[in-house]
Design a protein around this ligand. Structure first.
Ligand code: HEC
Length: 113
């Protein structure tokens, strides 16, 4: 019985790790699409003050924002000439992973417990 409970806990943990996004894959996605070119190499020093800092931002917020650019104009969407093009090649899993990566970086946007 103990073994079964342990196995259940382990599978629950690995499932939540998947839902949480893969940081290593997220870094690969961010590198591949050169997100740092605008948002800064540490994602904390954007090349223009009007460009948002991303390092440490809440993951669910980042997923929401990136998904909104994908939706485009309309309900719950965001329309931005620059970011609309950036999110086009990203799959939903890429979005989860890149959000997990950006959240994992040290930044001043949110307090980490
Ligand atoms: C050519 C410059 C450029 C590149 C490259 C770029 N971004 Fe952006 N990004 C912007 C700008 C400008 C905004 C602000 C857009 C707006 O006002 O909605 C933005 C906004 C965002 C936001 C919303 C932040 C918030 O606080 O609401 C996220 C998340 C984001 N970018 C992630 C990415 C990711 C991930 C990549 C790589 C796949 C990327 N960006 C590549 C310029 C860029």
């Amino acid at each position: 019985m103990k073994k079964i409970v342990f196995a259940l806990i382990c599978s629950a943990v690995s499932l939540s790790a998947m839902a949480g996004g893969n940081v290593a894959n997220g870094k690969a996605v961010a590198d591949k699409y050169s997100c740092f070119a605008c948002h800064g190499k540490d994602y904390n020093t954007p090349i223009d003050p009007s460009y948002p800092k991303l390092a440490g931002q809440h993951k669910d917020y980042l997923v929401h924002a990136l998904t909104a650019y994908k939706r485009g104009d309309g309900a719950n969407g965001r329309s931005n000439a620059i970011m609309t093009g950036q999110v086009k090649p990203l799959s939903n899993q890429d979005i989860q992973d890149v959000a997990a990566y950006l959240h994992s970086l040290p930044g001043s946007l949110v307090n980490h417990r």
